[in-house]
Write a protein that binds this ligand. Structure first.
Ligand code: ADP
Ligand code: MG
Length: 706
């Protein structure tokens, strides 16, 4: 437990104290160097070694003054985690002493051995070199743990031949692509002031907390992040007494420390509350530019885990740690902003900004409809398969929620209702009349939509709680960039701008309005309705990933210079393999626990019952319930044994299948149902044996004891 009283720490003093922020650079760097950095951040200039030398020296002095001994290039390999290789600042001198060194070269470029990170065949083993390069758009920070204090430099990870080996490179490239196309549209609309367009992202992170003493006795949680067994307790989430309920003392202490740690590294953690399921929580920072937000979210996940351990807790970031109660997601709030402070999804107060808003909103609708499969693939993981389509999460059908008033405006434009009426009877002429003021809650509060317009941003809710948000944002950016490029082609040639804007919106919306759905996404009718509309409903990761190698996807990514065909293929294989590996571990744990823990425990318990029954019979007292229970347990044990054997057979089949897609299919189609079959027997047994006889803590301990 921590001895620091976090209630007494002045936030203003600690905020950003471990972050090498722009404010700090402004204060410490020579003016001209700081200006150079701003230009590099804005994509107007390349970073030179001379500038890097100056920054490195200042960064080193700052880090050393804070007690740092090491530095690391911090990056996002395709595992979805973050990786770091620590180097110390120490350099020996000829007289046997040391000096603390850190050069510009060391700041901008690192050479970790890339061979142990997944590359999906991009890197032959004889060419294991990969480079990490400083990502100037995301601030460096200090990490403090048992190893001491380390200066972490956010970087992009590329192969010797320049291919992306991480999730950062494509994200950066997708923001560039969106910048180029959005600026074209803005210029065509007459905007001369904005120099750069970027996306803003604010992810809401959900997670569970459980007591560490229970976690330590559950090897399924330790090895897979989720429970592969567990009968539902008498109480689930039906009382709805957890959501926004009072935060328990122990959790409150954890949250205080979590906030403090995040504030120190300059992450503006803002809201926190209980979530729907018991022991489920959420934390959301204030939004930031997408690269900083992506890095921050990786740090948030890491910090949740490490702070939890200091409080005798274990944080579960898995999408579905418990069957039968809500899973965890990560709402990805996403918007497009300009460097001069315009939010392009802010419905405007005057005709010009309205035209802009309607055009950009139409572009998102078209992008989500045309690239629905890609959007779906961006959140495809084995963990998220438990969630998408289950009743608490947005279904696997990608649709957009616009809300009544906005939908009406677009409907009217599409149907050419004498221009467009605003509901109050007035006619909207693009670029001439104002939109009716949209009520602020226009859109909010449809909690079932996978992609909802929420007033001045879109909220993508299909993202899984444990995944990096880099990929969803990359795919989204590139899809929208493509549609904007087509809009720009038309606008740049237009004689009558307002007329053309009107036509673009009308044509685009008419064609893609089928993706708009304002109703209840969890209802069965929606599944049928979506099918009638021709919207895809891809229910599993294996099928969802296939879009990555389709020719339309390849040309989309190649046109915008975000990923090449080879890079997409390698990613496709890495994601398939990751899926298979995860199910493989889960199945292994299932078999192991069934055979070596559950089976022996229940057999011993049944024998005990039988002995009791016999002892009672010997004194003439017959115990029918004891006998019946012993018999039922024996039956179920036999079934458990059989199902475990069958699982072992299909697992072997999966392991022997070589081609990655075929292999993942076996895991999906055979191994997963096999695990479910074993589980159903075990969960039935759990309800029949005494609590003491069950070999590990059950759901009641995990979900209700904190
Ligand atoms: P809710 O739970 O109602 O969805 P929250 O307040 O929990 O709302 O989360 C809203 C999130 O949206 C916050 O992380 C916030 O920073 C983010 N956000 C707000 N405006 C924008 C924007 N323009 N771009 C990106 N994210 C935004
Ligand atoms: Mg939300």
């Amino acid at each position: 437990m921590s001895s620091v009283d976090f209630t007494k720490i002045p936030v203003a003093e600690i905020y950003g104290s471990n972050c090498f922020s722009n404010a700090l650079m402004k204060e410490r760097l020579p003016k001209n160097i700081y200006k150079e950095i701003l230009a590099v951040q804005a994509g107007r200039k390349e970073l030179t070694l001379e500038v890097a030398e100056v920054v490195a020296a200042v960064m080193r002095d700052w880090a050393l003054s804070k007690g740092a001994s090491h530095y690391t290039h911090w990056f996002h390999p395709l595992t979805g985690l973050t990786a770091e290789k620590h180097d110390s600042f120490i350099a020996p001198t000829s007289d046997g002493g040391v000096i603390m060194e850190f050069s510009g070269k060391e700041l901008i470029k690192g050479e970790p051995d890339a061979s142990s990170f997944p590359s999906g065949g991009l890197r032959a083993t004889f060419e294991a070199r990969g480079y990490t390069a400083w990502d100037v758009t995301s601030p460096a920070f200090l990490k403090q743990d048992q190893t001491g204090t380390t200066l972490c430099i956010p970087t992009a990870f590329i192969s010797y031949y320049g291919q992306a080996l991480d999730k950062k490179v494509p994200l950066l490239k997708s923001t560039d692509a969106l910048n180029i196309q959005a600026l074209r549209v803005l210029r065509a609309l007459g905007n001369e002031s904005s120099q750069r367009v970027f996306t803003t992202v604010g992810p809401e992170q959900e997670y569970f907390l459980i007591d560490k003493q229970f976690y330590d006795r559950r090897s399924d949680l330790m090895l897979t992040g989720r429970t592969v067994f567990g009968a539902l307790p008498a109480k689930g989430q039906e009382m709805e007494d957890h959501y926004f309920g009072a935060i328990k003392e122990r959790v409150a202490a954890f949250m205080r420390e979590l906030n403090t740690e995040l504030w120190k590294v300059g992450i503006p953690a803002k809201t926190q509350h209980n979530e729907v399921a018991p022991n489920q929580f959420e934390i959301a920072p204030v939004f930031a530019n997408s690269t900083a937000a992506v890095d921050a979210n990786q740090l948030v996940m890491e910090t949740i885990r490490s702070v939890a351990r200091r409080h005798g807790l274990e944080a579960l970031l898995h999408e579905k740690p418990f069957a039968g109660v809500n899973g965890s997601g990560k709402h990805n709030n996403w918007s497009i902003a300009t460097d001069d402070g315009i939010n392009l999804f802010e419905p405007g107060e005057n005709p010009a900004s309205n035209a802009r808003f309607l055009l950009f909103a139409a572009a998102v609708v078209e992008a989500v409809d045309r690239y629905a499969l890609l959007i779906r693939a961006s959140v495809a993981t084995s963990g998220n398969d438990h969630r998408l389509g289950a009743n608490e999460a947005p279904p696997a059908i990608v649709s957009v929620f616009f809300g009544g008033p906005l939908t009406e405006i677009f409907d009217n434009i599409a149907e050419g209702k004498s221009g467009a009426t605003n509901g109050g009877g007035a006619t909207i002429k693009i670029g001439v009349t104002s939109l009716p003021a949209l009520p602020l809650d226009v859109s909010d509060r449809n909690r079932t939509s996978p992609f909802a317009f929420t007033g001045n941003k879109f909220e993508f809710r299909m993202v899984g709680s444990s995944q990096s948000i880099a990929t969803p944002n990359t795919y989204l950016n590139v899809a929208v960039a493509q549609v904007l490029s087509e809009f720009a082609d038309k606008l740049e040639k237009a004689a009558d701008k307002n007329e053309t804007i009107h036509t673009i919106i009308k044509e685009s919306y008419s064609k893609h309005r089928k993706v708009i759905f304002n109703g209840n996404n969890y209802a069965d009718e929606w599944v049928r309705e979506a099918e009638r509309r021709g919207l895809p409903n891809v229910k599993n990761t294996v099928d969802a990933l296939t879009v990555l190698t389709q020719s339309e996807t390849v040309s989309l990514f190649e046109n915008h210079k975000v990923l090449t065909k080879e890079e997409l293929e390698s990613r496709y294989h890495i994601y398939l393999e990751k899926y298979s590996k995860q199910i493989n571990i889960e199945a292994g744990v299932t078999i192991d626990l069934a055979r070596r823990s559950i089976f022996p425990s229940v057999s011993a318990y049944a024998a005990e019952l039988a002995r009791d029954a016999a002892a009672l019979a010997a004194i003439g007292a017959v115990s029918v319930p004891q006998e019946k229970r012993a018999k039922r347990i024996a039956e179920l044990s036999a079934e458990l044994f059989d199902e475990t054997g069958k699982l072992e057979t299909v697992l072997a089949e999966a392991q022997e299948t070589e081609e990655p897609f075929a292999q993942a299919k076996v895991y999906y189609e055979k191994v997963r149902p096999g695990m479910d079959a074993v589980r159903s027997k075990a969960d039935a047994l759990e309800k029949l044996v005494s609590k003491d006889a069950w070999p590990f803590p059950g759901y009641e301990d995990l979900l209700f004891k904190l």
